[in-house]
Write a protein that binds this ligand. Structure first.
Ligand SMILES: Cc1cc2nc3c(=O)[nH]c(=O)nc-3n(C[C@H](O)[C@H](O)[C@H](O)COP(=O)(O)OP(=O)(O)OC[C@H]3O[C@@H](n4cnc5c(N)ncnc54)[C@H](O)[C@@H]3O)c2cc1C
Length: 420
């Protein structure tokens, strides 16, 4: 944030809160109550994206979009405390949550940190106005955890790069306008030094998008195939062959966001109608007539305590990172806790709901029926990088333990043995 005079000029948080509260009540529709029988697909179809864009435009017209983004790129130039106040006041109202991740909390901050002035002016302001959604093209069929091992190639041809290869597990690619896409641009350089990050237009000749249907009906994931796709050199984010630096910053924002620490999330992170897991469990216990059961009460208390621990952990880690008393790699601590926390919350919900949790709508955890949440629970330990990788990062970069052995560290990538 800017000079002391600019900081002095920022509205105080309590006056902002009351202005936000009045505007929200007068302008935002109330969120539909959660029943748990909403089909997953309903929340992620084209209509849901159009609705998110409308709501974002509404927030923008009221001066409540991009609260923590700088004013010169269309944001409000406010602080995380203002964003927290807004998040508290907006509970129960409809919000464009689909845009939170990855558009606002991962791709936006990465462009803000690493993009050119032109890229920031174009993409940050378009996304804040509700006119652009961004996604991540990182994972590939042959690599996810080992992100620096990407084999999608981009070959320079004058003012453009020609892209060939495939990306997978890209959340919401079908609905996006642009993707941050990592590709290999120098095969003679070692793994981490031959990569470039591109701002890639998603809907253009040469890109085929296939949606992947999951066991619960969700079709958020896509696989993309690139056949001689043109990307202008002006769309390189950071330096040519310096893509690992950009990807590292992007992964920091992703872990911070998944862990619950991003100041760029407006309203709740994901799920259009999400409510707290503990609230859902109390509901489940009542509906199954188990609210007086001592063991059930202990489980609910465990869930409540876990929620509190997570809240304080996020506050502590985020403050530590902002004041630089903790390294940026500490985002992996909150990422780890959020993944394991979700697993435990889901197990607790199923234990309370018992067979009702599987076969009927005994209640919801988050905004889904328990059984449905249970069968996809592992995703929370994978998306945003797996919890195993988070443990490795904490060990190596936070606790200073020896680095994991890597056989391909200094070899030209064309000489690295792959898939053999
Ligand atoms: C909900 C969700 C959303 C996602 N969204 C996106 C997206 O928008 N864009 C995108 O590009 N990708 C996305 N992904 C993909 C995600 O980033 C990858 O699934 C993840 O990085 C793991 O990679 P992988 O699937 O290739 O597993 P692998 O790398 O094959 O890993 C398999 C297992 O081995 C473990 N493992 C691997 N290496 C090590 C090691 N060195 N030490 C210890 N354990 C190790 C892993 O932790 C894992 O348990 C998403 C995934 C999910 C679940």
């Amino acid at each position: 944030m800017g000079s002391p005079t600019e900081i002095d000029a920022i509205e105080d948080v309590e006056s902002f809160r009351s202005r936000a509260k009045n505007w929200i009540a007068a302008n935002l529709p109330l969120a539909k109550p959660v029943t748990g029988d909403e089909p997953e697909s309903e929340d992620y179809d084209e209509a849901a994206w159009e609705r998110a864009s409308e709501l974002q435009k509404l927030l923008y017209s009221g001066g409540f979009a991009g609260l923590c983004y700088p004013k010169e790129y269309g944001g409000q130039g406010l602080t995380p405390a203002h964003q927290n106040a807004f998040n508290e006041e907006v509970v129960g109202y409809e919000m464009p949550q689909l845009l939170n991740s990855p558009t606002f909390s991962i791709c936006g901050p990465t462009i803000l940190d690493m993009g050119t002035e032109e890229q920031k002016k174009q993409h940050l302001s378009a996304m804040i106005r509700g006119e652009e959604a961004l996604v991540q093209f990182l994972s590939e069929p042959s690599c996810g955890s080992d992100l620096a091992g990407v084999v999608t190639r981009a070959t320079r041809d004058g003012d453009v790069f020609i892209l060939n290869g495939s990306k997978i597990w890209s959340s919401w690619a079908y609905a996006a306008d642009y993707a941050l896409c990592l590709a290999r641009t120098d095969w003679d350089a070692p793994k981490h030094r031959g990569l470039t990050m591109f701002l890639l237009k998603v809907h253009q000749p040469g890109i085929e998008i296939r949606r992947i249907r999951q066991v619960n009906g969700n079709e958020e994931f896509c696989q993309e195939f690139f056949d001689n796709v043109e990307v202008p050199v002006a769309n390189v984010v950071g330096e040519i062959n310096g893509g690992w630096e950009v990807a590292s910053r992007q992964m920091f924002h992703e872990r911070n966001s998944v862990g619950g620490g991003s100041q760029y999330v407006s309203g709740k992170l994901m799920g259009p109608k999400r409510r707290s897991p503990t609230e859902g469990m109390i509901d489940i216990a009542r509906r199954t007539g188990r609210s007086e059961d001592r063991h059930v009460r202990e489980l609910i208390a465990e869930s409540h305590a876990m929620g509190k621990v997570q809240q304080h952990l996020v506050e502590r880690v985020v403050t530590g990172m902002r004041t630089e008393s903790l390294p940026a790699s500490s985002a992996s601590i909150i990422r780890l806790f959020s993944g394991l926390g979700h697993l435990r919350q889901t197990e607790i919900a199923l234990e309370i709901g018992g067979s009702h949790g599987i076969v009927s709508l005994a209640g919801t955890i988050g905004d889904r029926a328990i059984g449905e949440t249970f069968i996809t629970r592992q995703a929370a330990c994978m998306g945003g990088g797996t919890t195993e990788i988070a443990r490795n990062i904490i060990a190596e970069r936070v606790l200073g333990m020896p680095r994991e052995y890597s056989a391909d560290r200094d070899l030209p990538y064309k000489d690295v043995r792959r898939g053999r």
